[in-house]
Design a binder for this molecule. Structure first.
Ligand code: ZN
Length: 93
């Protein structure tokens, strides 16, 4: 499967400020740093606190990097897609 580069770039925007989106019913999360797929209930650390002190960006419960995207973003939360994301954002070239 070819994944459009535009989609890989655009999906990065879905990896921050997404607390309410991730905590919606039925959402599955994936991390494009370690390529794990997990339930949002397993996220324990949030950064980017808003005025009430509530973190808005999830940290991956597996690797601790803020590279989490949720299925509510409309992007496919699959190992294949996450691997493409990793190659683009963390790859050597
Ligand atoms: Zn991770």
């Amino acid at each position: 499967m070819n994944t459009a580069p535009d989609m890989i770039v655009a999906a990065h925007k879905a990896s921050s400020g997404h607390r309410s989106q991730l905590l919606s019913d039925g959402v599955v999360c994936g991390c494009f740093h370690c390529c794990e797929i997990f339930a949002p209930s397993t996220i324990t650390e949030w950064i980017d606190e808003d005025d009430s002190g509530l973190g808005q960006t999830a940290m991956c419960p597996r690797c601790g990097i803020d590279s989490v995207i949720g299925s509510g973003s409309g992007y496919p939360i699959t190992t294949d897609f996450l691997t493409h994301m990793r190659d683009h954002w963390f790859g050597v070239d």
